[in-house]
Design a protein around this ligand. Structure first.
Ligand SMILES: [Zn+2]
Ligand SMILES: [Zn+2]
Length: 187
């Protein structure tokens, strides 16, 4: 999914006026009325109140698949950044709650890159897996190292293959000239 931008024109200006981007976490926090549950409430019309994170998801991502509900990877219920939202089964949503890693603890990754919104990827390892945060810079570096290692391995295999060819070629040369290595040594 391409990450939608804050202020995306598919939502009206009066929606964005109520959304406060949080510079450290990348959360888009709902600054207007919230439900008792902590979710943002947006009046589509005076008689149609919708949860703000569902509004961004449905508008900027797409329909919520049957039997799924929106889970906040960032655990901020007032957040409506689609990059922090995931459509999961109700069961996954419940089982995840106590297993969430405190993603807010560190401001920098182990390699010292700052967890800015641009440098932060939220992900879940799958059903019933805890939600984690990872450093985009480190992730890209890891992918680059993987590619380089694969290239080196491929080159290594080619060299081994060539060596076998070369040995076969040497054997043929010896046979063509009618003399084997051992005879040479003996004479
Ligand atoms: Zn968030
Ligand atoms: Zn890093």
């Amino acid at each position: 999914m391409r990450t939608p931008d804050y202020g995306d024109p598919r939502l009206p200006a009066r929606f964005w006026a109520k959304v406060q981007p949080e510079p450290n976490t990348g959360c888009w926090l709902w600054s207007a009325a919230t439900m008792s549950t902590g979710y943002g409430a947006f009046g589509v019309t005076s008689k149609n109140i919708q949860l703000s994170h569902r509004v961004t998801y449905l508008t900027l991502v797409g329909p919520i698949p049957e039997g799924r509900e929106i889970d906040h990877l960032c655990r901020q219920r007032a957040c409506c950044n689609p990059a922090h939202l995931e459509a999961v089964t109700a069961q996954t949503n419940i089982t995840r709650q106590p297993r969430v890693i405190n993603a807010r603890a560190a401001s920098h990754c182990k390699s010292g890159h700052e967890f800015t919104p641009e440098n932060t990827q939220w992900f879940s390892g799958g059903r019933n897996k805890p939600i984690r945060r990872r450093c985009r810079t480190c992730r890209l570096a890891m992918k680059r190292r993987d590619r380089e290692r694969q290239k080196a391995e491929k080159l290594g295999r080619r060299i081994v293959a060539k060596r076998a060819d070369f040995e076969a070629w040497l054997d043929r040369q010896e046979q063509a000239t009618g003399r084997g290595g051992e005879q040479d040594v003996a004479s």
